[in-house]
Design a protein around this ligand. Sequence first.
Ligand code: GTP
Ligand code: MG
Length: 450
Amino acid sequence: MYPVPVAGVRELLVTSGSTMAAVEVARQMSEGARNLSLSGHVGFDSMPDQLVNKSVCQGFCFNILCVGETGLGKSTLMDTLFNTRFEGDPAAHNQPGVHIKSNNYELQESNVRLKLSIVNSVGFGDQINKEESYKSIVEFIDAQFEAYLQEELKIKRTLHNYHDSRIHVCLYFIAPTGHSLKSLDLVTMKKLDSKVNIVPIIAKADSISKNELQKFKIKIMSELVSNGVQIYQFPTDDETVAEINGTMNAHLPFAVVGSTEEIKIGNKMMKARQYPWGTVQVENENHCDFVKLREMLIRVNMEDLREQTHARHYELYRRCKLEEMGFKDTDPDNKPFSLQETYEAKRNEFLGELQKKEEEMRQMFVMRVKEKESELKEAEKELHDKFDRLKKLHQDEKKKLEDKKKSLDDEINAFKQRKTAAELLQSQAQQSGSQQTLKRDKERKNSGFL
Ligand code: GTP
Ligand code: MG
């Protein structure tokens, strides 16, 4: 909630129009506040009650992410923690990678309503190549932060009734091997530790002996420290819970057993797991740390987990995202830089870039036109040359043909002349032949031969 600006501040906002100056005046005014004592009951001591009433009326939300290999008892533990039965059937493990399954529930205890989301990493650790196992989990967490950021950045925000899906706690289920953490666990926790509150737990702790469990816990913690994995520490700055939280921090990681089966022990029904050799009581602190986990997670630190998610993890995501987008609080000289100034600077930068791009495109266009022009000229010249060559070839050919025609014409003429001469000779010969015949006939007649 934001305080209503006092008159002086409001005037300053109106007259100077400078938000930064107004903020500075407000700061100076609040610094100079005087301490006064009241002479009678005013009533603002009911503020905490008003807050409680409002919160109870609105209800609360809490989102738990369960990460751990298949069959480590994640679903059973959730059922045990909230004393109910969430999922009907075990998750199908027929998909190639890790996929995220989120279920929402509404629970009520006394008059307090809780919107609970249980997010499961289905198929985690099932693959032969586990390198990418953490990716879909990280993407899911980031997507919830992004959705919240987008809502925050809207002009018309509805954050008061926004369904907050950001993950408040990640219960990381460690297999009860008794040896050391698997590299899959270390890599995944390292990738998640800046995005979510990690509470590591040793699953199915009834399958490991008491001595081994102690050594295993120490080993896990030393491996987490040596690999720089930050797990959630129960806060010790609030004195009402400092002692219990301090003690519980020393018990991490909690070794838990889950069961929804109730067995009569003495004259009480208790959650337990029954074996041929005996019974493990889930809520018996000598048997496992289930009670410690429930106490820390739900009864003492649920609100801190929600706060840490908003103030630490979401804040980090938001800061990185806004910085990526070019927003900053101070200029290079470390002077405050308002959102409006950032916007103006970004706008100018964008316009400058746009102009540069436009100029580049124009130049490119001119260059391309010139290139095309010279290409066309070149092609035109080639065509002209080709035309000239063909024309010359054609002329040469024509001349050759004309020469040939002429020589043929000459030959024809000569032939015709020879033919005429021959015909003349032939007719002359024929003429003289017939004259001789006549002459012989005449001679024969004259001689009386006939
Ligand atoms: P997926 O969702 O398939 O990954 O499995 P899960 O991790 O949700 O495991 P689930 O709760 O379905 O339990 C798998 C099996 O382990 C069931 O047979 C449970 O009864 C058993 N189981 C659950 N918790 C414990 C436990 O604390 N100790 C032992 N010994 N068995 C447990
Ligand atoms: Mg399950």
